[in-house]
Design a protein around this ligand. Sequence first.
Ligand code: GLA
Length: 503
Amino acid sequence: MLRGLMMLCLGTMVMAAGQVQAATPLDGVWLFDKAPSYPGVTMVQLTGQGGKSRGVVTTAWYGAMEMRNLVVKDGKATFELRNLNDKAHATRQWTAALDGKDLKLVGDIWYAHAEQTGRRGTARDAKARTFKPASLPPLGTLAPDGQARTPPMGWSSWNKFAETIDDKTVRAMADALVATGLRDAGYVYVNIDDGWQGARGPDGALRPNAKFPDMKALADYVHARGLKLGVYSAPGPRTCAGYEGSYGHVRQDARTFAAWGVDYLKYDLCSGEWFYDDADKVQRAYYEMGAALRATGRPIVYSLCEYGRFEVGAWGREVGGHLWRTTGDITDDYPTMARIGFDKNGKPEHAGPGGWNDPDMLEIGNGGMSHDAYVTHMTLWAMSAAPLMMGHDLRQTRPEVLKLLTNREVIAVDQDALGVQGRAARREGATEVWKKPLADGSVALALFNRGDAPATIAVSAADAGLASLEGVRDVWAGADLSASTTSFVVPPQGAVLLKARGR
Ligand code: GLA
């Protein structure tokens, strides 16, 4: 052990002298100039002798990662790197092998397979590329600020446009929110997700990329239409799509967003998972931005996106969050939407006015699901008191999609002032009956059919927690039914939404 440490010191000293001398032919500094955004290895450092070697891989995402179980033999290093985004693969295998004068690096990281070729560098190069860690503040508690009394509603760029989003499209979406009547139905946030960020200026301030020439002007445009603007950042050095994150610049970025007139921030863990890998650190990282947003004095809705790790619902409010993702990403297909909506929508006791479980954005209108499946999507999100963030091209909202998204009574279930997140009252085979108490004393009941054939579902007063039913309303149809209508045929992957009144 001691001998190993001495050799590491010796190796470091040799490297620090500037002239890199090899204890094994691989030892020294290796520079990777064309680092892809995934995984972005910028430097490899190896030091020591034979089986006692130590090594560090530096990436733009995760900073300095220590090589584990490193073995150097015959001009080739094999080692493991810790992996955090997939519990089933807690470590990833890597090799670094001499290839003439170069070092060939092969391994897996994040969701990518990396193959990069590096050249020798000096200790000076190593110093320039060494990752500079940022510190975290101690955890504090933020009092409620009165925002998001009901689940936020709006539109976000990611599901449809991903990284192709630009200023012109965001403006077009703002216009479409007004023209379609979606704004007047309650969808007021226009959120730019990942892909707007450029480089930092000499003062460290984050700038938009060339697709967003003037963020303040864009905010003005959105505000002039009675709408609100959202942006996206990350507590780590890089966002999920590889753009600049807020790591080391948290307070500065909060001030920048406020100065632009931003009203909503989605803060996405991504590369931060490396640095904030336990409950304490994740909370402090999210608190740091929450406190920074508060300090700006501008009301900014704060959306925590760390995929439900470390039971975020239990502490999301205290770090200033108004909504927190409970799951990985939604995609535009029934199995994914159903898995998230039925089973990963967070604990109901965490939701309520000011703070909401967020099972991710809507896919309605993107075309990957049947009409009935989209009815389920909207019904399930409304029953869950979930944020309603549309994710399609609003300019191409077909009439039946507009009807789904603007049904006032369905929206009223989502936005109900009581703020109770509905939950399954009963599950039988492929059918589920969900219940959500509403502020007016009535109870929303949703009948879901997760199967492939039509199902008949009968409801009773007991499903609604009532002694007797006095009235039943078909919420999607906007029609009162006789109290004796208690049996419904629900199409495959479809849903029926009722409001029950009684005693
Ligand atoms: C993550 C988030 C998505 C989206 C992308 C952007 O995957 O969960 O909602 O923001 O990042 O890169």
